[in-house]
Design a protein. Structure first.
Length: 202
């Protein structure tokens, strides 16, 4: 985060949503995003970097035709936030089980041609990630302390397993994309007020 920029939400909000609570394992790739470890062995992600990366990811995806930005989530707690994000900004969502070939086989009814793909967890979303790699698509990933970044072009360090964490991250991403695209009218802002709706698993 630059010295002049205030956090998108308070650091306390990030903490109460457990955005910075990582896993008990850390990968070499994610080492630079980790600021410490708790007594119980859970690694802690640097909230300031997370805040900065949310802005960076929002700016990055806003450069594309938003209707050709695809967000995926196999993880249960990421499915509703990913879908809500897509609905809010006008992107494509693929949540739950990803149909193999959806990015590579034009004969499938689920086939789509996105310009960029955003995965909720590179480990859980391996199928769409590998298909995106084979198509040469840029890949954004929400990455926890244990994730491998080999195929991720732009990592957003955050707890990608928690319900409240994923809700807040996707909510903030949607808000920033809408602001950057000048789409945050009063009606849209009204629908963005209730973050609790993003936290439901259904």
């Amino acid at each position: 985060m630059s010295e002049t920029a205030s956090p998108l939400v308070s650091l306390e909000t990030y903490e109460t949503h457990a955005v910075n609570i990582g896993t008990r394992q850390k990968s070499a790739d994610m080492k630079r995003f980790i600021e410490g470890v708790r007594d119980d062995g859970l690694y802690l992600l640097d909230i300031n970097i997370t805040d900065e990366r949310i802005r960076t990811v929002a700016e990055f995806v806003s450069r594309f035709d938003i209707s050709r930005v695809m967000v995926v989530s196999a993880r249960q707690y990421g499915q509703r936030p990913a879908r809500k994000f897509a609905e809010a900004v006008g992107a494509i969502s693929a949540v739950g089980r990803f149909i193999p070939g959806s990015l590579t086989n034009p004969a499938l009814p689920t086939y789509v041609e996105p310009e960029v793909i955003m995965v909720t967890d590179p480990a859980a979303d391996q199928q769409p990630l590998s298909e995106a790699v084979s198509n040469g698509l840029p890949i954004v990933g929400i990455c926890d302390a244990n994730n491998n970044l080999r195929n991720v072009d732009l990592a957003l360090p955050a707890n990608n397993k928690g319900r409240k964490s994923l809700a807040l991250v996707y909510w903030l991403l949607a808000r920033e994309v809408l602001k950057l695209r000048g789409s945050m009218d009063d009606e849209t802002w009204e629908t963005m007020q209730n973050i609790e709706e993003w936290e439901s698993t259904f």
